[in-house]
Design a protein around this ligand. Structure first.
Ligand code: ZN
Length: 181
C-alpha cells in the first residue's frame, strides 16, 4: 500500500513550524502535495484534468472525464473533520515534538479546543500511527521517535530504550481513498 506522509523533522522549532504550516492555505498545499506529488489524479480513472469546485470548506476536485468529485481531505486522516487543517497540523507537530507523551488534556490546552475534540484528535493520530506500521498495536505504547502518545493506554514497553524506535518523527500516513477497501 502506498503511503504518503507529511513529515516534520525532529527538533523543528515552533517558529519554523509556523513559518511552514502556520496558515490553512499552507497546510492544504502540503496535504495536496503529499497526496498527489505529480498533481491531482482522479482516484477513479487516473485522469489528471479536473475542475475545481467552489464553495466547500476544503478544496474539491471534479474529474473532467468521469466526473468523480474528490475533496482534498476525503480518504485521509482528516476526512469529515470540522476542524481547520492548521489545527490538525499543529496537533501533529505538538505530538511529534513531545518528549514524554501528550495527553488529550495537553492537546485541549495547547490547541484551544474542547476536551472531546482533543480526545478525538489524539485517537485519530494514534490510529494513523498504528496503521503506519503493523508492528505497533493498540495494546502498546505508540512510539514516534522520542515522542510518545501515552497517558491513556496501558501496557507496552515505554521509554527511549524501546526496540521499536522509528527514525522519523510524526510521519502521519495518509491513505489514498482508492486504497481503502
Ligand atoms: Zn475520473
Amino acid at each position: 500500500m502506498a503511503m504518503n506522509r507529511i513529515q516534520f523533522q525532529p527538533g523543528l522549532s515552533l517558529p519554523a513550524f509556523q513559518a511552514q504550516f502556520g496558515t490553512e492555505e499552507q497546510c492544504a498545499d502540503a496535504l495536496e502535495a503529499s497526496r498527489w506529488p505529480q498533481g491531482f489524479h482522479c482516484p477513479e480513472c487516473g485522469n489528471a484534468d479536473y475542475y475545481l469546485l467552489k464553495g466547500g470548506k476544503h478544496k474539491t476536485f471534479q474529474c473532467k472525464r468521469c466526473r468523480l468529485q474528490t475533496s482534498l481531505i476525503a480518504g485521509t486522516l482528516f476526512q469529515n473533520t470540522h476542524l481547520a487543517l492548521s489545527i490538525w497540523f499543529l496537533a501533529i507537530y505538538l505530538v511529534s515534538q513531545a518528549k514524554t507523551g501528550l495527553s488529550a488534556l495537553d492537546l485541549k490546552r495547547q490547541l484551544g479546543v474542547s476536551y472531546p475534540t482533543a480526545w478525538l484528535i489524539q485517537q485519530k493520530l494514534m490510529q494513523a500511527m498504528v496503521e503506519r506500521d503493523a508492528q505497533y498495536t493498540l495494546s502498546g505504547d505508540v512510539q514516534v521517535d522520542d515522542a510518545y502518545l501515552g497517558g491513556e493506554l496501558a501496557g507496552g514497553k515505554a521509554g527511549r530504550g524501546s526496540e521499536n524506535k522509528v527514525p522519523f518523527v510524526a510521519a502521519i500516513s495518509l491513505r489514498n481513498e482508492h486504497e481503502i477497501s
